[in-house]
Ligand binder design. Structure first.
Ligand code: GRF
Length: 190
């Protein structure tokens, strides 16, 4: 059984989608949901799903090994960032080398890097009149949005699409591909 921890900073619809995908699986289980936001809706979703959760602050995450120790106590095999907005400290990357996956709501390397998250991404894509956008699922390294890319999926953008329309198309790709990409990746993780 591969055990995963999911990090989210906001709504957590991807976290819920992943938990539902693996419900009843004998291959993958969700050990915990972790968030840096005490009021993040992902905590409500975790409670409803019966998944343990942890709220942490910068001291726990960056200036001490509290979060790392928690993850090690659960013996997680992988960490999934699903809408997590803080930069991952090198200590966490070194504690879980090539074991941290992130999803970005654009076709990296375009529209990536600091400050490019959520609607900021979709607004920039629409403003630049791009003909397509998509998602990127990638390993996390010490540079924002720069780790090895595992999967990209694309969607066309019509002239009438608003940023909100694009966000809906991107979420649809995330829900369809993220759990499948995690499952395939974990089957190869030692
Ligand atoms: C998703 O669009 C994801 O690509 C990005 O943050 C958003 C999280 O949405 N990293 P949710 O919290 O899973 O609803």
């Amino acid at each position: 059984m591969k055990k995963i921890a999911i990090f989210a900073s906001g709504s957590g619809s991807n976290a819920e989608n992943i938990a539902n995908y693996f419900r009843g699986s004998d291959q993958v289980s969700i050990s915990a949901v972790l968030t840096n936001k005490p009021d993040a809706y992902v905590l409500e979703r975790a409670k409803k799903l019966g998944v343990p959760s942890l709220v942490f602050n910068r001291k726990d995450f960056v200036y001490s090994s509290t979060v790392i120790d928690f993850l090690k106590s659960l013996n997680v095999d992988a960490i999934i960032l699903a809408g997590f907005l803080w930069k991952v400290p090198i200590e966490l990357i070194n504690a879980f080398p090539d074991k941290i996956l992130n999803i970005h709501p654009a076709l990296l390397p375009s529209y990536g890097g600091k400050g490019m998250y959520g609607m900021n991404v979709h607004n920039a894509v629409i403003e630049n009149k791009e003909k397509e956008s998509g998602i990127t699922i990638h390993l996390v390294n010490e540079e924002y949005d720069k780790g090895a890319i595992l999967l990209q999926a694309r969607t066309a953008i019509t002239e009438s699409d608003s940023s909100e329309d694009l966000a809906k198309k991107i979420h649809a790709l995330e829900y369809a591909y993220f759990p499948v990409a995690i499952e395939a990746w974990l089957s190869g993780v030692k």
